[in-house]
Ligand binder design. Structure first.
Ligand SMILES: C=C(O[C@H]1C=CC=C(C(=O)O)[C@@H]1O)C(=O)O
Length: 486
């Protein structure tokens, strides 16, 4: 595998230099009209943006995780770093996977193969207050990489210069026309069918999703949408994958699928939801109701148990933290942090392959839930609810679960939202919950917030099942925009 790949592509060479004053958002604006990628992590203050494509990796079918791993290994094995000053500026692949193993791209997803990663030609990283630009190229086979260094440095300097100029203005936004192709009656029938199958013991849980279709008079302005999501949903992972101009998948997900750094793995269970309150008191009452809800606890515990089971044989230590409430502007979720030490560190991809889809997005048992999802959902999920993120040279990386997301084709966008169905689910409540989950992307796309919750910025309150006094923190830190309390 390694050899043919390298013969075909030559050898990867990377060079970085500081790029003061140019943010990842600026790079994206300069890169309009080219392939673009973006990742901003909720918790560690690091953001990446990519422009152009130096290398792309693709794979199909159930084996797509292994094939991307092999291709990434081959790409990075003999890579030459001409500069090693800022580790986060080292080359990184950005991309993601389709939800279903047998996904065949169609309609909305025409430009999204079942697995697709790009190494950007130019890659910018923000690390706290500093900015680094990296140039990734392939030396033709046989070429001495170091001999190319002076030319590459010159090209990189010219790019830093170009990026330091004013980015082009954002176009005016046009308002969305919305359509929801699945009528409530169909949703209700599907929920009832899942509940029946749960009641006869065939299943424990299935996550059912639906779509909102938005159309605009002008091309969808992803840059403004990402800026709005960063402001309104700071406690999320924001991502953009735009392999062709105007063909984009983007979102602001609160859910980390996995992060691997050497032998450390971090993940979470996120399932069980309730709305935000209109006042701090109501908000707190709702958080307590969520923690007390047998239905939501059960829905959540299925995810915790399954993540624990799947990671058990891969880890020599696994810590499941206390369940707390994650608060986002639109919704509150039950959340359990999970972390561990891997027996055999082999990077992020085997972990992703093991975890995807967790019962927060698929169901339990997995195979039966996946069959039912394919049968009941009229349109394919594409990359919705699947892993999206980045892979570094060591094959470590960070992947979110691509929920609170939309796929864009020029003037149209398809938004996705799902809800976990368990025995005690009520069709109307689950439908309302998906409406709450559509809200971030609708806001991002310029649809106004009619529910007046604009003042509630993402916070998290610390609680556990036995000791709820952590809820008191909201009084002191509540609605002031602080990204996280813990
Ligand atoms: C499937 C989605 O959310 C998942 C993540 C958090 C809470 C969920 C729930 O309560 O149903 C879902 O499992 C979605 O946002 O489309």
């Amino acid at each position: 595998m390694t050899k043919p790949f390298q013969q075909h592509y030559g050898r990867l060479i990377s060079l970085s230099m500081p790029c003061p004053g140019v943010s990842p958002a600026d790079l994206l604006r300069h890169a309009r009209g080219q392939p673009r990628s973006f990742w901003e992590s909720a918790r560690d203050g690091v953001a990446f943006a990519g422009m152009g494509i130096a290398v792309e990796l693709m794979a199909w079918g159930a084996n797509r995780f292994v094939e991307i791993e092999q291709q990434a290994r081959a790409l990075f094995e003999n890579a030459v770093m001409l500069d090693e000053r800022e580790p986060l500026a080292a080359p990184r692949l950005f991309g993601g996977f389709a939800f279903h193993n047998d996904f065949v791209p169609d309609l909305a997803w025409a430009d999204f193969p079942p697995a697709h990663f790009v190494l950007p030609h130019y890659q910018l990283v923000r690390v706290r207050d500093s900015f680094w630009l990296t140039l990734n190229v392939h030396a033709p086979p046989g070429e001495d990489p170091r001999a190319l260094a002076p030319d590459l440095r010159e090209a990189l300097l010219a790019q830093v210069d170009a990026l330091q100029s004013e980015p082009p203005p954002l176009p005016p936004r046009s308002s969305a026309r919305l359509a929801y192709p699945m009528p409530f009656e169909q949703w209700a029938r599907s929920v009832e069918r899942i509940v029946r199958q749960i009641n006869v013991g065939e299943l424990k849980k299935v996550v059912l999703a639906r779509i909102a279709e938005a159309s605009f008079d002008a091309p969808v302005d992803v840059d403004s949408a990402l800026a709005c999501l960063a402001q309104r949903y700071p406690d999320t992972y924001r991502f953009l994958f735009e392999p062709r101009p105007g063909r984009a998948f983007f979102g602001a997900t609160p859910e980390l699928l996995a992060q691997v750094n050497g032998d450390r793995v971090t993940t979470m269970a996120l399932a069980g939801s309730i709305r935000r309150g209109a006042t701090p008191d109501e908000d707190e009452r709702l958080a307590l109701a969520l923690l007390d809800s047998a239905k939501d606890r059960h829905e959540h515990q299925i995810v915790v148990d399954e993540v624990r089971n799947r990671l058990a044989s891969l880890t020599r230590r696994l810590d499941v933290g206390a369940t707390d409430v994650m608060r986002l502007s639109n919704i509150q979720h039950l959340h359990t942090p999970i972390s561990g030490v891997l027996r055999e560190p082999r990077g992020i991809l085997p972990i992703i392959a093991t975890l995807h889809p967790t019962p927060a997005l698929g169901g339990e048992p997995r195979a039966a839930a996946m069959r039912l999802i394919a049968e009941l959902e009229p349109a394919p999920r594409g990359w919705y609810a699947a892993p999206v993120g980045w892979i570094d040279r060591r094959l470590d990386g960070q992947f979110g679960v691509a929920i609170r997301s939309a796929v864009v084709q020029a003037t149209r966008a398809w938004l996705y939202a799902g809800a976990g169905i368990v025995a005690a689910s009520d069709p109307q409540r689950e439908w309302d919950e998906t409406n709450l989950k559509f809200r971030p992307m609708l806001e991002g796309l310029g649809h106004t917030d009619r529910h007046g919750l604009g003042h509630l910025v993402g916070t998290r309150i610390a609680t556990d099942t036995t000791d709820r006094h952590g809820l008191g923190h909201t009084d002191r830190h509540g609605y002031d925009g602080s990204p996280q309390i813990k």
